[in-house]
Design a protein around this ligand. Structure first.
Ligand code: SIN
Length: 193
């Protein structure tokens, strides 16, 4: 599959412009809401784990030196915590552009903290997209993140902002926090303040 998913997403989920849709965010969408939304609520989805297995050619890296950003991978019994946004369908024009580097809009059920559930959408970069990088050791992921920069800023900022946002949501994520610890240890070596 081409790394640019804009056309696929528009064909897969044609929406009426003023329809309201719940979107589950688990990566940069948690901490960078550069779009209008009607409401946001902490939520989780089942059967998926957050992993830094997607390459970023357009935000936190380049095609030559991709960064590593979050996607979801299927895992039985797993739970992924994040933030759900109720948005008007016309906002997907902006979001499809932002998430175009491999992310497909898939339908999902999400659960709010009061136990109620809704159907909505989530952007997932599946392993058949051209920018997919797949698993690597935590150390290798941290090293790649430490070295990558793209038009939206450093890959390290993406990881550190996400870790902070997850703490604010009181969500544990051993994968994210393990990478964060390694990055913090590297910081003096890399000269970040
Ligand atoms: C998301 O945040 O839900 C999608 C992945 C990303 O943009 O980081």
């Amino acid at each position: 599959m081409s790394a640019n998913t804009i056309a696929i997403n528009q064909q897969m989920h044609p929406l009426e412009p003023h329809e309201q849709v719940w979107l589950f965010g688990y990566g940069s969408l948690i901490y960078k809401a550069d779009f209008p939304f009607i409401e946001s609520r902490p939520a989780s989805i089942r059967g998926w784990s957050r992993r830094f297995w997607q390459g970023s050619h357009d935000h936190r890296g380049t095609p030559e030196t991709p960064g590593r950003v979050a996607t979801l991978v299927e895992e039985e019994g797993a739970r992924c915590g994040g933030l759900a946004y109720l948005i008007s369908a016309d906002v997907f024009e902006h979001l499809d552009y932002r998430e175009k580097n491999g992310y497909l809009r898939l339908t999902t059920e999400m659960t709010f903290r009061d136990g109620s559930c809704v159907q909505g959408l989530v952007y997932i970069a599946t392993q058949d997209n051209a920018a997919y990088l797949g698993p690597a050791s935590t150390e290798d992921i941290a090293r790649q993140i430490a070295q990558s920069h793209g038009p939206s800023g450093s890959n390290m900022d993406y990881l550190l902002h996400l870790a902070d946002a997850l703490r604010l949501l009181e969500e544990d994520d051993p994968h994210v926090f393990a990478i964060e610890r390694l990055l913090m240890d590297m910081e003096p070596v890399l000269g970040h303040s």
